[in-house]
Design a protein around this ligand. Structure first.
Ligand code: PLP
Length: 470
């Protein structure tokens, strides 16, 4: 054995052709949330580099990434301070765990910084590797909390249809996606769902404000149905992301808060998308006016540069776990990973330096809202939603009546195809077209984005006219 083995990394073969990448991809790589067979026939789009708010594919196309990767690249691509933080930490200490009564400086510094940017009453954090693992942690932690308090029968968690909380067994169970529940024997026991606060679909015969209270009332009805003594917690995203950027009426969250308080139920805010500035506050619950007991985070905490997630644990729960709990038999190899933590620290400091939260709240958030409102005059647009740097619009067949397109036409996918073809990443959730662009965007870049959005709507309208869909 040599006593000092330093293995040089082999040069990565980045120079293959698109076709070669696609062939190797379809031969070996099973993609998430994908029909493997049909993707293999089409071939993936290979993304090779990124800078600022743009990505490039292997054919050299420049694309405006209005989805921030997957709701995560809040500070945009190519931020040197995050790259440097990872490089430095990898050299210094690439890994050590937090199981053996040990900790690393970056994980401690991150815990401290998270407590600082969180609302008052959040002094503790439990780290995970992803948002899904964060929500698994939530399920175990809230049930443990009630066990410690001598109420083990309080184990039911209420969440919402069309909510998204990740793809592990607990995450997918908390989520309300029926197509996910259809696979793998979900939901797991003790998780029940209420309807989502989607005004356009479920409450257009009322004012938004009235509908918000009605929709929150579904929580109370479910609590009474299950039995208040059996309900542990309610979980929701401040603004539903993957469900289609569904922004609840202003009356919704305060009423949810009132109901949770009345029955003593823990309130959990899944901040995986809304956290770290996206809605114009550090956390979406602040924008929506609720005071959760626990918050799940991931995505924006590192701007997606490296995987990291976790749970902010509010004082009510932390006190019980710490003072009365004994061992909490839960954790992950990468809970508090030093490289991920170092990147998160750099990311949060960058958000602070650039004043990105204020930038969203006072500048680009209101500007994006104004621009999306102006889309209401488009013949295909039935409704628009927006909150900070998230926005959505609904494509409809008949705006006056609000008639949807038949779902088999997949008009959303047609529109998404035009976006891809014209250098814009905008996602389709059914016929809702949604964006969550990087928070660092300027107004001029929003103008550029909106010109592309309008162009793609017009191309979709031309298709609809030509095909007789209207
Ligand atoms: C993405 C997401 C998750 C899951 O996070 P992963 O890191 O993909 O496991 C959970 N909750 C919400 C609201 C999300 O958007």
């Amino acid at each position: 054995m040599q006593d000092n083995i330093v293995i040089q990394a082999p040069a990565v073969a980045t120079q293959r052709s698109t076709r070669e990448w696609q062939q190797a991809d379809s031969k070996h790589f099973l993609h998430p949330f994908t029909d493997f067979g049909s993707l293999n026939k089409k071939g993936s789009r290979i993304i090779t580099k990124a800078e600022g708010i743009y990505i490039w594919d292997s054919e050299g196309h420049k694309i405006l990434d209005a989805m921030s990767g997957l709701w995560c690249v809040n500070v945009g691509y190519g931020q040197q301070s995050l790259i440097d933080a990872a490089t430095r930490q990898m050299k210094e200490l690439p890994f050590y765990n937090a199981f053996f009564q040990t900790a690393t400086p970056p994980s401690i510094e991150l815990a401290e910084l998270l407590a600082q940017v969180s609302p008052p009453g959040f002094e503790h954090v439990f780290f995970t590797g992803s948002g899904s693992e964060g929500n698994d942690t939530i399920v175990r932690m809230v049930r443990r909390y009630w066990d410690i308090l001598g109420q083990p029968e309080r184990h039911v968690i209420i969440s919402r249809k069309n909510g998204y909380h990740g793809s592990t067994m607990a995450g997918a169970s908390l989520g309300g996606m029926s197509y996910m529940h259809a696979q793998g024997g979900l939901p797991i026991p003790g998780i029940v769902h209420i309807d989502q606060p989607y005004w356009y679909e479920n409450g257009r015969d009322m004012s938004r404000a009235d509908f918000g209270k009605v929709a929150a009332g579904w929580l109370e009805a479910k609590i009474l149905e299950v039995g208040p003594e059996k309900v542990a917690a309610f979980i929701g995203e401040p603004v539903q992301g993957a469900g289609g950027v569904i922004v609840p009426p202003e009356t919704y969250w305060p009423e949810i808060q009132r109901i949770c308080d009345q029955y003593g139920i823990l309130l959990v805010s899944d901040e995986v998308i809304c956290g770290f500035g996206r809605t114009g506050h550090w956390f979406g619950s602040q924008t929506m006016g609720s005071k959760p007991d626990l918050m799940t985070f991931a995505k924006g905490v590192t701007s997606g540069y490296i995987p990291l997630g976790g749970v902010m644990v509010g004082d009510r729960v932390a006190k019980v776990l710490i003072e009365q709990g004994g061992d909490f038999n839960h954790g992950f190899t990468y809970s508090g990973h030093p490289v991920a933590a170092a990147v998160a620290v750099a990311n949060i400091k960058l958000i602070q330096q650039l004043r990105l939260v204020e930038h969203v709240r006072d500048n680009v958030g209101p500007y994006l809202a104004e621009q999306f409102e102006s889309l209401r005059d488009h013949p295909l647009v039935g409704d628009v939603d927006h909150c900070g740097m998230m926005a959505g619009l609904l494509l409809v067949k008949d705006k006056a009546k609000g008639t949807p397109f038949p779902s088999e036409l997949e008009v959303g996918m047609v529109c998404r195809g035009h976006c891809f073809g014209n250098g814009l990443i905008m996602r389709a959730v059914g016929d809702r077209m949604i964006i969550a662009p990087p928070l660092v965007m300027s107004r001029a870049q929003i103008d550029e984005l909106m010109a592309l959005v309008r162009k793609c709507l017009d191309l979709t309208l031309a298709d609809a006219n030509r095909q007789g869909w209207l």
